[in-house]
Design a protein around this ligand. Structure first.
Ligand SMILES: NC(=O)C1=CN([C@@H]2O[C@H](COP(=O)(O)OP(=O)(O)OC[C@H]3O[C@@H](n4cnc5c(N)ncnc54)[C@H](OP(=O)(O)O)[C@@H]3O)[C@@H](O)[C@H]2O)C=CC1
Ligand SMILES: CC(=O)N[C@@H](CCC(=O)OP(=O)(O)O)C(=O)O
Length: 315
């Protein structure tokens, strides 16, 4: 069987590097281009420990990307940069599947929002797939199994490693400013608050922070319940929802972020109840670069091409 071709725009970045590792281990995908302005001309194998071939980074503009006629293009660019690439690929009309890792199309009705564990049944063969945000993935996985039981908007407290802030220098990825620190930001109206609220259909309140570790995030969510519940009943909801999911593990204890770095799945646990049974606290962890980005994109690519959803993903 001939391999499907795939190219990455924004391949120098944190999520690009993880995608390259996943694609390098994929039996049916050929990595055909990796685009970066800064690394133009350099050998990919010198920058990525998994990739073994001779491919070099190239600096492709939107028209050049579209002209490649790829089976799949992954956009791993900062927010606000995807549109010219999408327009050029639309115009070229070569049947290319586009998976966008940024937030640019997560509110666009024409795009499929690719959080497979919650929404895979909604996919109608769309070739435009927006990949969910990292926190938004953890928040939705923490709420979805009980969203019909809520008495009030869930409140989520998030703490991410600083790789979540990408490579463009800012306070949020400056190890000096983060040392011995926890940095709150966007405490109301964060993009992922709107994103999770929109796709879950429940208003969510979200308060993000960034911490000195590199990768992995924790989201702790407070849920008020419309009727008193027993812990076993709540846990059964989560176990039932995720029992067939290879990339979501339900734990009895609260998951630790130190255990999720470099892992492809998400963990959901704690389920600590208030004495009156009307409040439960759920804790979720995932690696923001994997289940929060590259692994989820790989699930979406596999599904769009008709492969097993978990091909090349260590489960
Ligand atoms: N980091 C994370 O945990 C997560 C990130 N995301 C999203 O994924 C996307 C990529 O994130 P991440 O990998 O962290 O980002 P990085 O900052 O690490 O990488 C961004 C990439 O885009 C390229 N780039 C930057 N500006 C431009 C531009 N104007 N035109 C063309 N290329 C450009 C950069 O390479 P060069 O400058 O060499 O061209 C680089 O390859 C973002 O939209 C982010 O929001 C989603 C979930 C989690
Ligand atoms: C620590 C940090 O800064 N994290 C990023 C989230 C990364 C992510 O998932 O981003 P997108 O929604 O932009 O794809 C942020 O809060 O904007």
């Amino acid at each position: 069987m001939s391999k499907k071709t795939i190219g990455i725009v924004g391949a120098r970045g944190h999520t690009g590097a993880e995608l390259i590792r996943l694609i390098a281990n994929h039996p049916a995908l050929e990595l055909a281009f990796v685009s970066s302005r800064e690394l133009d001309g350099q050998r990919l194998a010198d920058h990525n420990d998994t990739y073994k071939g001779e491919l070099r980074f190239t600096n492709l503009d939107a028209e050049a990307v579209a002209a490649q006629g790829m089976d799949v293009v992954i956009l791993a660019l900062p927010n606000g940069k995807a549109a010219p690439y999408v327009e050029a690929i639309d115009k070229a009309d070569k049947g290319t599947v586009v998976v966008d890792l940024s937030a640019d199309y997560r509110f666009d009705e024409r795009w499929f929002y690719g959080l497979p564990e919650l929404y895979r049944e909604r996919w109608r063969g769309e070739k435009r797939i927006s990949n969910p945000g990292c926190y938004a993935t953890a928040v939705q996985l923490s709420i979805a199994p009980v969203k019909d039981l809520l008495a009030a908007p869930p409140v989520s407290f998030g703490v991410s490693g600083y790789s979540g802030a990408g490579t463009t220098p800012s306070d949020r990825n400056d190890p000096e400013k983060l040392r011995d620190n926890l940095m709150p930001y966007s405490l109301t109206g964060h993009m992922h608050e709107r994103e999770a609220s929109r796709h879950l259909g429940v208003p969510v309140e979200f308060m993000p922070h960034v911490a000195p570790h590199f990768r992995g995030l924790t989201v702790t969510t407070n849920l008020y319940l419309a009727r008193p519940m027993k812990r076993d009943e709540v846990v059964a909801r989560f176990r039932g929802a995720y029992e067939n999911e290879k990339l979501v593990r339900v734990l009895d204890d609260a998951p630790w972020v130190s255990r999720i770095a470099n892992k492809h799945h998400a963990e959901v646990g704690a389920f600590e109840m208030s004495a009156d049974g009307r409040r439960v606290v759920v804790v979720a962890t995932l690696d923001n670069l994997l289940k929060g980005a590259a692994t989820q994109a790989m699930q979406n690519v596999n599904r769009a091409l008709g492969f097993d959803e978990y091909t090349s993903i260590p489960v």
